[in-house]
Design a protein around this ligand. Structure first.
Ligand code: NAD
Length: 237
């Protein structure tokens, strides 16, 4: 059996972080979670996984890949730590500023990294379908409607915005609408409408494990790559 890769989970107490800790602990994951990091007020004990407050980030043990599902205010620190430790970074944190996206691009000259608004295989395929549909439906209206739980902070979702870029690549000009309701994990509808007919492409996430297992899978494939910024479609499909 291969040596497990050493993982740091950043944002470990959140909805995504808890799924990552649970799946990352399973021997079949091929990972060893060496550190879980969250805001001190949010920290919880998880058997077998050392927990650290974000303010103690510089003291974490060595790791091969950091998996970051935190909030934009925590992003700069984990990027700097990965650069200092020459470790790879998998980030799914949405709502990053333009300056943070530029810092990510600059860091990719020194470490392998991937940022994606969605780590599910279904959404990776949906991107291809949307671009193809847009290129075949010139002049049709394109609308992207996303629905998430009420505690999601950014809108439109990062996935809606990246689906919009796929639609634009096919020549469409998308409009966005957001719904915040109950405990919806994540739904994205991309709709193409003309006078008289409509095509709907929909992805529904039933749980967060699809994102967490996608991120763990990508981490396995990323850590041996040379520095660069990779796409989820090339590492997940
Ligand atoms: P959450 O609010 O449940 O958890 C946030 C976590 O980040 C907590 O552990 C919190 O302690 C930590 N945190 C907050 N500020 C921090 C800081 N300054 N330093 C370090 N840690 C800090 O959020 P969530 O629902 O788990 O989502 C986390 C992020 O992942 C969001 O940006 C969300 O949009 C995104 N997300 C991405 C995908 C994807 O596939 N890319 C899927 C789901 C969610």
């Amino acid at each position: 059996m291969n040596t497990p890769i050493r993982i740091l989970i950043h944002g470990s107490s959140g909805r995504m972080g808890q799924a990552l800790q649970r799946l990352g602990k399973q021997p079949a994951s091929g990972c060893q979670v060496v550190a879980a990091v969250a805001r001190r007020v949010d920290l919880r004990v998880v058997d077998g996984i050392p927990q650290f407050a974000a303010s103690e980030l510089s003291g974490v043990p060595d790791f091969d890949v950091a998996i970051d599902f935190s909030l934009p205010q925590g992003f700069d620190a984990i990027l700097q730590l990965c650069l200092a430790r020459k470790a790879a970074l998998v980030s799914g944190t949405t709502g990053l500023s333009e300056a943070q996206q530029a810092a990510l691009a600059a860091a990719s000259e020194r470490i392998p990294l991937i940022w994606a608004s969605n780590f599910s295989l279904g959404v990776a395929v949906l991107h291809d379908l949307v671009e193809r549909a847009a290129s075949m439906l010139q002049g049709w209206d394109c609308d992207i409607v996303e629905a998430h739980h009420t505690r999601k902070q950014d809108a439109p979702s990062g996935t809606a915005l990246t689906l919009g870029r796929s639609a634009e690549a096919g020549g469409a000009h998308p409009h966005y609408a957001s719904i915040r309701a109950g405990d919806i994990v994540g739904e994205h509808l991309v709709q193409f409408t003309s006078a008289g007919e409509r095509i709907e492409l929909v992805h529904r996430a039933h749980n967060r494990d699809i994102f967490a297992s996608g991120a763990l899978h990508v981490a396995q494939r990323l850590h041996t790559r040379p520095p660069g910024q990779y796409q989820v479609s090339e590492l997940l499909k």
